[in-house]
Design a protein around this ligand. Structure first.
Ligand code: CU
Length: 173
C-alpha cells in the first residue's frame, strides 16, 4: 500500500490483459477454423451460433475498455496530486476502486449485446452490473476533486490535459 497510483493502475491493467486476451485468442482460433478448414462454430446456415462469437469477443472487448482507461486514471492521480501540491486524497480507497473497476469490468460484457435476444432477465442483470461500476468510478472522481480542493493548483499542460480528459472521457466508458 505504498506504491504510486500509476503503478497500481498498470498492475491491475496487466491482470486484465492476462484474463481478457485468452477469450479473444480462442474466438479467433475458432473463426480461423471456420474460414480456412470448414468447421461450423459461427455459421448459422451450417448449425453454428454467431452469438458465441459475440460472447467471446465482448468478454475480451469490455475489459479492453479498462485496459485503455485505467493507466490514464493512474496518470490522473499523479498529475492532480503534483499540480495541486497536495498528497492524493483517499489513497487506499483509490487502490480499492481500481481493483473493483478491474473486477467488475469482467461482469458487464453483455451490455454490448442487448439486442441479440438474451432475454429481459439477462439484460437487466448486465444493466445493473454496468451501473454498479459508476460507484468505484465515482469514488475516484471525488478523490481527484478532493485532491485539488484547497490545493495551490497550477494549470500546467499536463494538468489541463488531466482535468479536460477525465471530464470528457467518462461518458464513453
Ligand atoms: Cu462495455
Amino acid at each position: 500500500m505504498r506504491m504510486p497510483m500509476f503503478t497500481w493502475a498498470t498492475f491491475v491493467t496487466s491482470a486484465l490483459i492476462l484474463f481478457a486476451f485468452p477469450p479473444l485468442t480462442v474466438g479467433l482460433f475458432l473463426l480461423i477454423f471456420d474460414r480456412m478448414f470448414g468447421s461450423n462454430f459461427f455459421d448459422v446456415a451450417d448449425g453454428g451460433n454467431t452469438i458465441i462469437w459475440e460472447h467471446l469477443f465482448w468478454i475480451f472487448g469490455h475489459p479492453e475498455v479498462y485496459i485503455l482507461i485505467l493507466p490514464a486514471f493512474g496518470i490522473f492521480s499523479e498529475i492532480f496530486a503534483i499540480f495541486s501540491r497536495k498528497r492524493l486524497f483517499g489513497y487506499s480507497s483509490m487502490v480499492f476502486a481500481t481493483v473493483l473497476i478491474g473486477f467488475l469490468g469482467f461482469m458487464v460484457w453483455a451490455h454490448h449485446m442487448f439486442t441479440t435476444g438474451l432475454g429481459p432477465i439477462a439484460n437487466a442483470i448486465f444493466a445493473v452490473a454496468t451501473m454498479a461500476i459508476a460507484v468505484p468510478t465515482g469514488i475516484k472522481i471525488f478523490n481527484w476533486m478532493f485532491t485539488m480542493w484547497g490545493g495551490s493548483i497550477k494549470f500546467t499542460t499536463p494538468m489541463l490535459w488531466a482535468v479536460a480528459s477525465f471530464h470528457h472521457s467518462l461518458p464513453v466508458v
